[in-house]
Design a protein around this ligand. Structure first.
Ligand code: GDP
Ligand code: GDP
Length: 435
């Protein structure tokens, strides 16, 4: 699982500014362009090739009940699920009573805490630290979130105990296609997991080293290996009916990161809610192959079905790569068809396209629809190669390519998608400026 970092601190110390810096990436723009409201509290980022998840516990203190140190349930859950805490304080205000109370609270968790002294631009770091050392946390970082100072050095230290996830081909082959099933509470995740595992031969419990609580559940269907990644105890709850699940966006995103293909469930009766939209935004950021399953399709009238279909396809039209399935997890209707889309999406996400073929196709795309002028000069794309898979990344070299308009990028992506039959996976295009 990806390293997960929780940002904690009293109001106004710069937590959300820091969160934005840590999650600001080109990838994050994908969801924004798609018009999705991303979850502003949970995001992903990368430093020196090391990806991580970060959560802003924002509401650490619940001001409404007048007790500033009350840690909200959600913040508590986030801290417990994180690998490390960034405890942010304000270098200009100096140490406050609330900081001390939060510090005391943090010490009761068994989790490494890094002290982050923010707003230190233009200050001498030796002078800044003195007060805060009393808190006893180490290491201590002096940064400026708004001026983006000290961030990278801090993150390198924070992430130094983790290694870039690297899977051997052996493990990959063993796990097969890794699937995460996500969605907000009550959409039918555990019902679907139950369905899938009820049908298929579950390999997990027969193998040494796997426990019943394992979150990776291998199974097989039609000779193809899959591994289901359990999100937030979905499967356990499926077995024990009355356990109340604490919905965790963080766990859902960890599962997404570990997956090859994500099945996102939407409740047909509720339509796409804000919570769905923000989860979807985060899923898009991850670059994972994606399938949308509209669940609880049973029991709807024909008119209702047409309405739901119309509204959802309109709302989701910008994710043109994701197959939409209408299913009933409860009755099993349509569940079998999901596999076909999963297989197609996985194949597309892992496709490798040869450089000569790519260059022919790029030439073709340009001939049919040349790129526009930029500052009176034509954008020239000279050379393309595949820079990565999962999702496919195409790197285009040329001149003026840093001013390729979004619309033209979308044209190219669509062209590649159609030509190479890349269904189910996002496609990334990167431009490299050169003469
Ligand atoms: P939060 O309540 O902890 O999430 O704090 P915000 O991120 O909303 O920041 C509170 C205020 O501090 C805003 O006005 C920010 O612009 C400002 N701020 C954040 N980081 C810095 C910094 O590094 N230096 C300075 N001078 N101001 C900062
Ligand atoms: P989760 O919170 O996403 O794991 O959702 P559950 O699987 O626990 O399902 C929530 C409720 O929706 C339960 O009462 C399920 O029986 C019901 N449900 C799940 N799938 C379907 C479906 O396909 N049709 C109908 N009618 N109800 C469903």
């Amino acid at each position: 699982m990806l390293p997960t970092i929780a940002i904690v601190g009293r109001p106004n110390v710069g937590k959300s500014t820091l969160f934005n810096v840590l999650t600001k990436s080109r990838d994050a723009l994908v969801a924004e362009q798609a018009g999705l409201t991303r979850d502003r509290k949970v995001g992903r980022g990368k430093v020196g090739g090391m990806p991580y998840l970060v959560i802003d516990t924002g509401g650490l203190t619940d001001a409404s009940d007048g007790i500033a140190t009350r840690i909200t349930q959600q913040a508590l859950q986030a801290i417990q699920e994180a690998n490390k805490v960034l405890f942010v304080v304000d270098g200009r205000d100096g140490l406050t009573a609330i900081d001390e109370m939060i510090a005391q609270r943090l010490r009761s968790f068994n989790i490494p805490v890094h002290l982050v002294i923010n707003k230190t631009e233009g200050m001498q770091s030796e002078l800044v630290n003195i007060d805060f050392h009393r808190l006893g946390f180490s290491p201590v970082h002096t940064i400026s979130a708004s001026h983006q100072r000290g961030i990278e050095a801090m993150m390198e230290t924070v992430l130094s105990d983790f290694s870039v996830p690297e899977e051997s081909e052996m493990d990959e082959a063993e796990a097969g296609i890794k699937i995460a099933i996500v969605g907000r509470p009550n959409v039918g995740k555990s019902t679907l997991v139950n369905r899938i595992l009820g049908y298929e031969r579950v390999i997990a419990y027969d193998q040494p080293g796997t426990t019943r609580d394992s979150i990776f559940i291998p199974f097989e269907r039609d000779g193809q290996k899959y591994t289901l990644i359990d999100t937030a105890g979905v499967r356990r709850r499926a077995r024990i009916a009355d356990v109340v699940e604490k919905y965790s966006v963080l766990k859902a995103l960890q599962a997404v990161e570990a997956a090859h293909v994500v099945i996102m469930i939407i409740d047909a009766r509720e339509g796409m809610t804000d919570q769905d939209a923000s989860l979807l935004g985060n899923v898009l950021d991850s670059g994972r192959a994606l399938i949308i399953a509209v669940n609880k399709w049973d029991g709807l009238t024909q008119t209702e079905r047409e309405q739901v279909r119309y509204t959802l396809t309109r709302k989701l039209h910008f994710i043109d790569f994701a197959e939409i399935h209408f299913i009933s997890a409860l009755h099993g209707t349509g569940v079998g068809h999901l596999y076909k889309s999963v297989n197609i999406a996985w194949t597309a996400a892992h496709k490798h396209i040869s450089t000569p073929l790519l260059n022919d196709v790029l030439k073709d795309a340009i001939t049919r629809n040349p790129p526009p002028l930029s500052h009176g000069r034509r954008i020239k794309m000279r050379y393309i190669h595949q820079g990565g898979q999962h999702p496919p990344l195409f790197v285009i070299h040329g001149s003026q390519v840093d001013s390729v308009p979004d619309a033209y990028q979308r044209y190219l992506i669509r062209f590649f998608r159609d030509t190479f039959d890349l269904q189910g996976t996002p496609i990334r295009v990167e431009f490299k400026q050169g003469e």
